[in-house]
Ligand binder design. Structure first.
Ligand SMILES: C=C(OP(=O)(O)O)C(=O)O
Ligand SMILES: [Mg+2]
Length: 421
């Protein structure tokens, strides 16, 4: 069967924060269309691929993406016209070369990723194959274990807490469906608990409750209570995972904690705090426990806790194979967060995961805090062999879209479905 890219269109749409973002449509010569919408972070790593935004504050109150849209339609589209959409690696490399800049800032990583993902979708549709099977083959039958965000802080909720994400991990569940149920029931129990204590139950950017406690640690304590209130055993059925996103409260190598009594701490004190918490609460994963430039801190944390806790690099690694390779060599962590828009193409995202696998590292496929109804990462996680996925709470549709897609995939796989990292 011959398949050719006929045209590529793009559109400025809104993300879940009401900010403009890019949607791409790749049209094939047989009429099949693949679409993709690109997410956008708030607590971004400084070495991420560059999201191209227009200079002025646009009509939605944020900076528009008209330039990125124009680059898709006038530069990238004509350049890949006539190419076979099944040649993902070739097309991605072609787009990287067409941009020619180290951070993809000329054409815009948001524009490039939109095209890259829409090409994959178009090819899968043309072959009448689900995206997970197209990207992962017949062996792609493992559903990822979810890390479900239930309390938001940091840049995702105006620093109601210093730490950005408090997540629950249904370790005792034996299917994705059950895991999601554990998560939804605990979220409901947490809502009741917070209400009973007089807290408002508004939510942050990723749908976790945005509650201000005097001390960050209270978040761990209340989650453990909610797990028990929902009828589960903390640490056995459901564990905790943290993403402090420490770059956001680090200035000049010092960590400034407004919700922690003593206020300011250095890297060693923060590592000691995590050690104390791990001794007290069933925490199995800590992402960005230190700031993106604190390689020594990541090494210390890994040396102290790495044999029992997953130490995930997000801002420090930015899904970049070169930085992941360095962290593997320097033992600065034992897992990578995987965000396709941090690196900018599907092929480079796959390369980052392949590197993790080779080194015995774990990986967590992730949404962004500004996201859309696009559920690409759900299929992508299954294609990559499961691992883990973090895509927010169970109460905002742009997050639930990914969970619901995973439910669909699990049912489609039937008896063949496997679950967990
Ligand atoms: C998802 C995250 O947030 P953002 O998209 O704001 O970087 C994160 O830090 O892991
Ligand atoms: Mg993070």
């Amino acid at each position: 069967m011959t398949l050719r890219i006929e045209s590529v269109r793009a559109l400025e749409i809104l993300d879940s924060r009401g900010q403009p973002t890019v949607r791409v449509y790749v049209v094939l010569d047989n009429g099949v269309v693949g679409t993709a919408s690109v997410p956008s972070g708030a607590s971004t790593g400084k070495r991420e691929a560059l999201e191209l935004r227009d200079g002025d504050v646009g009509r939605y109150g944020g900076k528009g993406v008209q330039k990125a849209v124009a680059h898709v339609e006038t530069i990238m589209g004509p350049a890949i016209r006539g190419m076979d959409p099944r040649g993902q690696a070739e097309i991605d490399q072609f787009l990287i070369d067409l941009d020619g800049s180290p951070g993809k800032g000329r054409l815009g990583a948001n524009a490039i990723l939109g095209v890259s993902q829409a090409v994959a979708r178009a090819a899968a549709r043309a072959l009448d194959t689900p995206l997970y099977a197209y990207l992962g083959g017949t062996g792609a039958n493992r559903l990822p274990r979810p890390m479900i965000n239930i309390l938001n802080g940091g840049l995702h909720s105006d620093f109601t807490l210093d730490f950005q994400e408090f997540m629950i991990v249904p370790v005792g569940a034996d299917s994705f469906r059950e895991a999601l149920r554990y998560g939804a029931e605990t979220f409901a129990a947490l809502r009741q608990l917070l209400k009973a204590r007089g807290y408002a139950t508004r939510v942050g950017d990723e749908g976790g409750f945005a509650v201000s406690f005097d001390d960050n640690e209270e978040a761990c304590a209340v989650i453990v209570e909610a797990i028990a209130a929902a009828g589960y055993e903390p640490g056995v059925d459901i564990a905790l995972a943290l993403d402090p996103a420490a770059s956001a409260f680090c200035k000049d190598g010092t960590y400034h904690l407004a919700h922690n009594g003593h206020g300011v701490s250095d890297s060693r004190a923060l590592v000691a705090l995590y050690e104390r918490w791990v001794g007290k609460y069933p925490i199995l994963s800590i992402e960005d426990g230190l700031a993106e430039d604190d390689w020594q801190g990541f090494q210390d944390l890994t040396a102290r806790l790495g044999d029992k806790v997953q130490i995930v690099g997000d801002d420090i690694l930015v899904t970049n194979p070169e930085l992941i390779a360095r962290a593997i060599a320097e033992k600065a962590g034992n897992a990578a967060l995987i965000k396709p828009n941090q690196i900018g193409t599907v092929s480079e995202t796959i390369a980052a995961i392949q590197l993790c696998r080779k080194a015995g590292w774990a990986f967590v496929v992730s949404h962004r805090s500004g996201d859309t109804e696009d559920d690409f990462i759900a299929d992508f996680a299954v294609a990559m062999g499961g691992g883990q996925i973090k895509t927010g709470s169970v109460c905002r549709s742009e997050r639930v879209a990914k969970y619901n897609r995973l439910l669909e995939i699990e049912r489609e796989l039937g008896r063949g479905a496997q679950f967990g990292p």
